[in-house]
Design a protein around this ligand. Structure first.
Ligand code: GRF
Length: 181
């Protein structure tokens, strides 16, 4: 049985998927801790709903964040980044090599970076998607674990894509955990 930590910054849709996976597969994994780098975000309520400890670490520098986070990561086997919007240091990434995964809203290696959906829309691609991958020092570049694709319709914008994207992200994260745990 693996101990997970989940890092969040936002609404927590992917946290819900990870928590649901653990609930449905208690012999495989449990979430030891959720760490949020923001106050008052939806993901904190989702952690509470599932009865998971949630720590809020609001720090100016990423080094300070990582140092404090390390205190909660003893006995953790896998860190799941779930909408976590800060870039971790190469030192932290190396420490967690092959033990940290992330979800990104594009079919990597296309559209790396923080505004992948807008970038896909402005490029005019007709198919986009999401990717769950191992985290390496270079952003959005680690080995791919699972991917799901999504058709972009004629009049789509970031808002109209969002609910369809959330659906496939949930499928991709669940599948990724099933593969690696
Ligand atoms: C997701 O679209 C994810 O791909 C991106 O940030 C968003 C987070 O959503 N990295 P949520 O906080 O899990 O709802």
């Amino acid at each position: 049985m693996k101990n997970l930590a989940v890092f969040i910054s936002g609404t927590g849709t992917n946290l819900r998927t990870i928590a649901t996976f653990c609930k449905e597969n208690p012999h495989l994994a449990q979430i030891k801790v959720v760490i949020s780098n923001k106050n008052n975000v939806g993901g904190i309520e989702i952690a509470q709903e599932f009865g998971i400890e949630c720590v809020i670490i609001i720090k100016k520098s990423i080094n300070e964040f990582e140092n404090e986070a390390m205190q909660y990561l003893q006995n953790v086997d896998l860190i799941c980044l779930a909408g976590f919007m800060r870039i971790l240091t190469p030192e932290f990434t190396q420490k967690w090599e092959n033990k940290m995964i992330n979800i990104h809203p594009s079919l990597l290696p296309a559209f790396k970076g923080h505004d992948a959906i807008a970038d896909a829309l402005s490029y005019g691609v007709k198919i986009t998607g999401c990717t769950v991958h191992y985290v390496v020092a270079e952003v959005d570049s680690g080995k791919i674990i699972s991917q799901k694709c999504l058709e972009i319709y004629e009049n789509d914008n970031k808002e109209t894509i969002r609910p369809r994207l959330q659906k496939i992200e949930s499928q991709a994260y669940y599948e990724a955990l099933s593969k690696i745990l």
